[in-house]
Design a protein around this ligand. Structure first.
Ligand SMILES: C[S@@+](CC[C@H](N)C(=O)[O-])C[C@H]1O[C@@H](n2cnc3c(N)ncnc32)[C@H](O)[C@@H]1O
Length: 217
């Protein structure tokens, strides 16, 4: 994807979050189900590295850093506006030595070192090229590493009217659930997915067969 397109996407994300970022941390627990379960279930090796793509205000980064002070954690986000809030939250939490923030795009970001886990909590559905983002991330996992995601589903078990209304509401905020992604996972990546609440959300783990390919240390 061309850098110019990614930058345009970053500007769009800034627009989406210009005002809502100030209430984000109070309001999102009401509907971003499964984020804390994802973070609390992670078990990277001692001294390991974790990267969240689309880290928003750093809710997940801070939760993980507090539970596992041994980890080195990176948060990447396309929105400068969101990163400003994330930076404030991290400083307030006293975690600036453990958590680094980077302005970047999941489709093209390259970390300085291989990582043990990559997280996509409610971020893939906002990315212009989610399959590319997964492919990119799967290239920098250490052996035994995995990609962990939770996101909106297709509400397949919901009554048609409610489903249409909710998807329409999400689209207004540039959120586009993409259940078809799970049907077209490339060969060589093992997928375990669990749909919940009538398809409201999906949690998944993706394990590339060759997770040792990324050699930079
Ligand atoms: C719904 S928020 C989720 C934030 C956080 N993961 C959480 O659980 O609270 C989605 C975030 O993904 C970011 N984002 C969207 N597209 C992105 C991309 N292509 N690369 C990196 N971040 C992206 C947005 O700027 C936003 O901060």
């Amino acid at each position: 994807m061309a850098l110019q397109e990614l930058e345009q996407h970053g500007e769009k994300m800034d627009e989406v979050y210009r005002w809502t970022r100030h209430v984000y941390d109070w309001t999102r627990p009401l509907f971003l189900f499964g984020r804390d379960t994802l973070v609390d279930g992670l078990d990277p090796p001692q001294g390991g590295r974790v990267c969240e793509l689309g880290c928003g205000t750093a809710h997940n980064l801070i939760r993980l850093a507090r539970r596992r002070p041994d980890l080195k954690i990176i948060g990447v986000d396309a929105s400068q506006a969101m990163l400003e809030v994330a930076q404030r939250n991290i400083l307030r939490a006293g975690l600036r030595d453990q958590v680094a923030l980077v302005h970047g795009y999941a489709e093209s970001y390259q970390p300085p070192d291989a990582v043990d886990a990559v997280l996509f909590p409610y971020s893939l559905s906002m990315m212009p090229e989610p399959a590319l983002a997964i492919q990119n991330a799967s290239g920098w996992l250490r052996e035994g590493g995995a990609i962990h995601l939770v996101d909106f589903g297709d509400m397949r078990g919901w009554p048609a009217g409610a489903r249409k209304a909710l998807l329409g509401f999400l689209n207004r905020f540039e959120v586009y659930p993409r259940p078809e992604l799970f049907e077209s996972i490339p060969d060589g990546i093992e997928l375990a997915a669990r749909w919940r609440l009538g398809g409201y959300c999906v949690s998944a783990t993706l394990v590339p067969a060759e997770a040792a390919a990324f050699t930079r240390r």
